[in-house]
Design a binder for this molecule. Structure first.
Ligand code: FAD
Length: 408
């Protein structure tokens, strides 16, 4: 058994930022990572576009991870345990398994930064035979960027999440023919910049309100039957067409790695609920990064991880004092909001949320229980794929709050 002030599970950008801040704040900290290396999913994201907000410089994923690893290696008070799997969480303590056997780490505070995993063909009940040639976008990304292998030659991508869009470009650059990206929703779930830079620049067609009706092929994917869906996702059989391909890549969403936690989950984020200190319903247990909700930019992951690390270390020192607690509820077109509860007091809260449908010329408004607007922010236009952020001063919080969109 080993004792620490703060234990961080997960050595991705969220966990690394949390552990750095915790140790800089004087706490004896450990990062537990199941992979042989730190960096999380960033290791396989070899394109650029990382770090502009956090470091003011543009990096590839591995370069961004290396920046953090270098800072971590110079930090005192910080132990790195790689090749170590957390198998159980008990309050702020964890059980681990590694080549050295099983052990228990006891912490005064715990940070959950386990990231998320991809939804698979089974998760979306993809219809048809079960041939080889169906991959998730992350699997394909790992194959091409780490193993140096191509998943196929004629490719259809189902889902327009950012990883799928980035893989459309990557596979095209490596010589594959990406025949289409099909999205069941009327809007894409990826960032606008990725639609332009990864699809439009390479003339890859984006088919909205379109889905795969059936996978064709015995040993290997030979093609698909696809077609249009209506606003309720019902297939429109008269629109059915056949398309030849040897590979299907799925970019149909990420699910937080919550198997180890025994806490109520939010219906939309599929993860734990937190207060404005990123603390879960279990005292001293904090959450951040993709484990808490799927982020579009790694810079926001690091910022959230850093905040969780500071709060966890303050808790470990017995210094995290909180005011009165109130709820913060999303309304209308807002699909979810983090945090779920907020405290009155001093300082500012970073509120992150997503919308369900495209909006234009509107205000994000926070209302108190009497319907008074205590904060508003103008938004010219926003899409469901883009994470939204607003700030709220704690001294304005005096009752339960609602976050909504008011069209101007
Ligand atoms: C396949 C994939 C590809 C992506 N590609 C991009 C991209 O190209 N560009 C982009 O901006 N964003 C990309 N993202 C989004 C990306 O996940 C986030 O930007 C960011 O990496 C999330 O950081 P994180 O630290 O929250 O999670 P992660 O980077 O996923 O790190 C979580 C870490 O926790 C570890 N872990 C989990 N469970 C345990 C356990 N029980 N014990 C020990 N360790 C554990 C995992 O091994 C992992 O290293 C991608 C996401 C995925 C899933």
């Amino acid at each position: 058994m080993k004792n620490y002030d703060v234990i961080v599970i997960g050595g991705g950008p969220a966990g690394m930022a949390a552990a750095l801040k915790s140790s800089e704040n004087g706490c004896k900290t450990v990062i537990v990572e199941r992979n042989p290396f730190l960096g999380g999913i960033l290791k396989q994201c070899i394109h650029n576009g990382f770090g502009l907000h956090y470091f003011g410089e543009e990096f590839t994923g591995p370069e961004y991870a290396k920046k953090f690893v270098e800072m971590i290696e110079k930090t005192k008070n910080l132990t790195i345990m790689t090749n170590t799997f957390v198998t159980n969480i008990d309050g702020t303590n964890v059980d681990i398994t590694s080549q050295n056997g099983v052990d228990r780490l006891c912490g005064k505070a715990l940070v959950l930064a386990m990231g998320c995993r991809e939804r698979t063909a089974g998760n979306i009940l993809l219809n048809g035979t079960r041939p080889a040639g169906i991959y998730t976008a992350g699997e394909a990304q790992r194959m091409v960027n780490i193993l140096g292998k191509m998943p196929g030659k004629e490719i259809v991508i189902l889902g327009s999440g950012d990883i799928g869009l980035i893989m459309a470009r990557r596979l095209t650059l490596q010589g594959a023919k990406v025949k289409a990206v099909m999205e069941i929703n009327p809007t894409t779930s990826g960032l606008r910049r990725n639609i332009v830079q990864c699809l439009d620049d390479y003339n890859i067609p984006l088919m909205l309100q379109t889905s795969i009706f059936e996978v064709l092929g015995d040993g290997r994917v030979e093609g698909i039957k696809y077609g249009k869906v209506d606003d309720r996702y019902n297939r429109i059989p008269s629109t059915t067409k056949t398309l030849k391909c040897d590979t299907i890549i799925l970019s149909v969403g990420l699910v937080p790695e919550t198997d180890l936690v025994d806490l109520p989950l939010n219906r939309v984020t599929k993860s734990v609920m937190v207060n404005d200190y990123l603390e879960t319903a279990n005292d001293g247990v904090f959450a951040c990064g993709n484990f808490l909700h799927v982020h579009d930019l790694v810079d926001n992951v690091s910022l959230e991880g850093a905040a969780a690390g500071i709060n966890a270390s303050e808790y470990a020192k017995g210094k995290l004092s909180k005011g009165k607690v109130y709820s913060l509820t999303p309304d209308g077109v807002i699909s979810y909001v983090i945090p779920n509860t907020v405290h009155s007091g001093e300082g500012e809260i970073e509120i992150r949320f997503r919308i369900r449908a495209r909006i234009e010329k509107s205000n994000y408004v926070i209302e108190d229980e009497s319907g008074n607007q205590i904060m508003k922010k103008y938004v010219m236009a926003a899409m469901p794929g883009e994470m939204q952020t607003i700030k709220l001063k704690r001294d304005l919080i005096k009752s339960n709050l609602t976050l909504k969109v008011v069209k101007l």
